[in-house]
Design a protein around this ligand. Structure first.
Ligand code: PEP
Length: 249
């Protein structure tokens, strides 16, 4: 039985007041699912000191390098020291706006795991790729890059987030059936590379305009193990209401 995870990706948003509001609301959260927030780097220390025990902290990106002359970069060890459990790697905004390819994303995934962080590997297709019926090819390549870099066993203790690019920040959500189909494919792909045990335990989150109104139906699908929430995570009531749907589902 996989425990559901609801993680908020604040992107370049938020401030100390939002950390305080989430921390206050999250104090009421029960143990039915895991709650995490991924605020921008400068808010990590504030969040680490204010979040109630049991609410996890994550970062939105990490360097693939351990240390050295990489101006502007933050290492996995630094994130661990700052109190992070999770780090998002390969978000579509990093892939498209900052040119991160599958090889670089795999390097970040490996760096996170080596430091003891749990990477949340984002995968997903663009609308053009979906229309060209290339969803499985694209998502398969994104998963295979990690397998090539570190072996499929690297998915043990990791998280995958299926985020169709056409559903991120657009208000357009994948239907529960569309999402379930790709989630099942992701699990099957990892199983094919590594045997079924790692795949069976692998949490696969959905991300893309998840909101209180559609969360329960998405989270009710057999292979959807939680959500990576962008816009709705900036509103503590909406975020906690999605969490409630996961905890009670
Ligand atoms: C995201 O960027 O990870 C995301 C899922 O965003 P949104 O919920 O706003 O679509």
């Amino acid at each position: 039985m996989r425990r559901k995870i609801i993680a908020g990706n604040w992107k370049m948003n938020g401030n100390r007041d939002l950390v305080r509001q989430v921390a206050e609301r999250a104090a009421d959260s029960d143990a039915g699912a895991e709650l995490a927030i991924c605020p921008p780097f400068p808010l990590l220390p504030t969040a680490a000191s204010q979040l109630p025990f049991g609410v996890a902290l994550g970062a939105q990106d990490v360097s693939e390098y351990e240390a050295g002359a990489y101006t502007g970069e933050v290492s996995a060890a630094m994130l661990l020291e700052a109190g992070c459990r999770y780090v998002i790697v390969g978000h579509s905004e990093r892939r498209t706006l900052y040119g991160e390819d599958n090889g670089r994303v795999a390097g970040k995934f490996v760096a996170a795991k080596q430091a003891g962080l749990t990477p949340i590997l984002c995968v997903g297709e663009t609308l053009a790729e979906r229309d060209a019926e290339r969803t499985e090819a694209v998502v398969g390549e994104q998963l295979d890059a990690v397998c090539e870099a570190a072996g499929a066993q690297a998915f043990r203790g990791a998280v995958v987030a299926y985020e169709p690019v056409w559903a991120i920040g657009t208000g357009r959500t994948a239907t529960p059936e569309q999402a379930q189909e790709v989630h099942a494919f992701i699990r099957q792909r990892v199983a094919e590379r590594d045997g079924s045990e790692v795949a069976e335990q692998l949490p696969v989150l959905y991300g893309g305009s998840m909101k209180p109104g559609n969360a329960a139906e998405l989270l009710g699908q057999p292979d959807i193990d939680g959500g990576l929430i962008g816009g709705a995570s900036l509103d503590p009531d909406s975020f906690l209401s999605i969490y409630k749907a996961a905890a009670e589902g």
